[in-house]
Structure formats: C-alpha cells, structure tokens
Design a protein around this ligand. Structure first.
Ligand SMILES: Nc1ncnc2c1ncn2[C@@H]1O[C@H](COP(=O)(O)OP(=O)(O)OP(=O)(O)O)[C@@H](O)[C@H]1O
Ligand SMILES: [Mg+2]
Length: 326
C-alpha cells in the first residue's frame, strides 16, 4: 500500500467493521445474527448462479461508524427486513453507516444521488439503442432489487416526490415493480434500501408521508467529544494521544459556539477535521490546515472571526505538525 493514495489507507472489510463494533460494545447477538444472515445470503447467491451483475462487489468501508446505539438499531432494522431512512445533519456518518452495513451484511451496493430532476427512468432504467436494436438498460433500483443489493438512496429529499412514487410498490409488502417495456421486477429477499436525508441544506424538501411510511427512521446524533477522539484514533492512527485530545476539544468548542448561535454549522464539520489532519500530515501548519478544514468554511466575516478565535484558543500560530503526531 502506498501512502500517496489516500484511499489505500482506508478500507475495512465487513469482518473488520464487525470486530470494531464488537469493541464498541455492540450487542453480540445482533452481530452474530448479521454474520448468520450474511452466510445465508451468500449461500442463496451461490445457488442462483450469476445473480450478481459483473463487476459488482461488496464494498470496503472507508471509516468505521462510531455509535453503539445507532449501530444496534440499524442492525435490528435490517435483520427484521426493514428499509432504513437515516436522518441527520451534515457529516454525521449517514453514508459511512450505509457503507458499513453493506460491508457487514456482505452485499454489493448501489448508490443513487437524488436531485430535482431524478425521475422514474433514472431509477428503474430505460430503453436504449445498442447495435441498432432497442435494449433495456436497467437502472440502479432494478439492478439492486434483483441482485439482493444494498441500495443507498442518497439525499432522497432532494427529489420531487412524484418521481419517487415508482418506489412505493417495491418498498411495501408487494415487493415488486412493473417496469414498462421490461416486465415485473421482484425485490430479492436480501435487498435493502438505505435512504439518507439531511434537513436544512438548500433545496431539501419534506419526504412525503407515503414514502416515509415505508422506512423505519434512524436519527443520527452528532458525535460527542469522546466519540470524535475515538474516531480520530481509529481513522488517523498516526495522531498522538495529545493531538487527538486537542482536536476533540477544538471540535466540541466549535459545536458549543454553534449551539449558542454565535456561528453557523459550517465550522462544525467532521469531514473538514479529518481533511485537516491529512493536510497536517503533508506538512501544512496546523493553524492553516484547520482553517482550511473548518474556519474558512464560514462565509460571513464576523462568523469567521469568531471561529478563528476558537481555533487559536487550542492551536498556537507557530504550532508545528509534529506536535500532533506520535
Ligand atoms: N458517528 C460517526 N462515525 C464515524 N464517522 C463519522 C461519524 N460521524 C461523522 N463521521 C465522519 O464524518 C465524515 C462524513 O461522513 P458521511 O459522509 O457519512 O456523512 P453524511 O452524514 O453522509 O454527511 P452529508 O449529509 O454531508 O452527506 C466521514 O469522514 C465520517 O468518518
Ligand atoms: Mg452523505
């Protein structure tokens, strides 16, 4: 593995995610049930040869989701055959959790990023011309439904509600959808939908009641300071204990300023904190890296000034990256 390819540094198999969750204290019976489920689904795949489209594999997780209670709720829901709607502010690990679940349950994953123009064809597929003949090119919903995949419906509330109506019959007890010009598609017993939504981003809407009714809802809380420190320990093992501690305190101080209404949520960005660690690793000064990852996301000057002051409470101007690494 080369240090130059960031993606190589991450990547946990389903078994690795399971053992990290065991360490977090996640219920052993739920973890074993997930392992049994995986074995059964794999046996069913082997019996139905060729069920998986070529080139589709089980994802590796880029991070391990932190949060015992949420993990237990998600495992229980999927083991019960439910589809999950993950709701939470930005960077609360919605996609990380969805990816972890696909890895743990050993299923190939599909992802649809919803936008205002997402329509039935984008989801189900459409006729296209290939070598002069009209052929049906299946969309992600059809592929995942047939292959028993985990389909992430990302930012589902960005789409127009009418466009989502095609999912209704697939997601309720009918477990099928009639695709015009193609025929009936059934939802494989192993298939699960994991939708994500984030209130408050520009352009998001309410999810209509009919669709919401077809999911169980899991609200993802922001990480506590201890949670941030633990995430840093796992995701950035090169940080020193003291370095993790400072970053955890900085992050919760930003959260507090936001809770007091002094700054918006822009500087409370776990994604940005992790990015800053990578920049520091490249030799950027901690102050510069953390400004790029957190403070400079505040677009209003006043707000940025407050976030900058918070940063300087924890990180001196002349601090060197070495002070953060073991
Ligand atoms: N509870 C958590 N466990 C592990 N990682 C987390 C957690 N919360 C946030 N993160 C980190 O935050 C970053 C963003 O995660 P992810 O992309 O899953 O967020 P999201 O909720 O989908 O955000 P958005 O709404 O902006 O799409 C990742 O680096 C992830 O590791
Ligand atoms: Mg996301």
């Amino acid at each position: 593995m080369s240090e130059n390819f960031v993606s190589d540094r991450f990547g946990f198999s389903g078994a690795e995610v399971l053992s990290a969750w065991r360490e977090q204290g996640v219920s052993g019976s739920l973890l074993s049930a997930a392992e049994d489920w995986r074995r059964e689904a794999e046996a069913a795949d082997a019996a139905a040869e060729g069920a998986l489209p070529a080139g589709r594999g089980v994802p590796r997780a880029s991070y391990v989701y932190e949060g015992r209670e949420v993990v237990e709720a998600a495992l229980a829901a999927l083991l019960s055959g439910e589809h999950l709607l993950l709701v939470g502010p930005k960077a609360t690990g919605k996609n990380v959790l969805a990816e972890n679940l696909a890895a743990v349950f050993g299923r190939p994953d599909w992802n649809v990023s919803f936008h205002i123009q997402t329509d039935a064809e984008a989801l189900l597929g459409a006729d296209t011309l290939a070598k002069g003949a009209v052929v049906f090119r299946p969309g992600p919903v059809v592929e995942a439904a047939q292959a028993g995949g985990f389909l992430v419906l990302d930012e589902i509330n960005m789409a127009r509600n009418e466009a989502l109506a095609v999912l209704h019959s697939l997601l309720d007890d009918r477990r099928m959808v009639d695709v015009p010009g193609h025929g009936r598609v059934r939802l494989s017993p192993a298939a699960r939908m994991i939708a994500t939504m984030n209130y408050g981003y520009a352009g998001t809407r309410e999810l209509n009641e009919a669709l919401a009714s077809r999911f169980v809802v899991l609200r993802l809380p922001p990480l506590s300071e201890a949670g941030v420190v633990h995430l840093l320990e796992k995701a950035c093992p090169e940080l020193s204990k003291a370095g993790r501690g400072v970053l955890g305190k900085l992050f919760s101080a930003m959260e507090e300023k936001h809770a007091q209404g002094e700054i918006s949520s822009r500087a409370v960005d776990l994604r940005g904190l992790l990015a800053a660690v990578r920049l520091m690793r490249r030799g950027l000064s901690p102050l510069r890296a953390l400004s790029m990852g957190l403070v400079d996301k505040c677009m209003e000057e006043d707000e940025r000034g407050i976030a900058e002051d918070v940063l300087q409470l924890f990180v001196a101007k002349e601090a060197k990256p070495d002070e953060f690494f073991a």
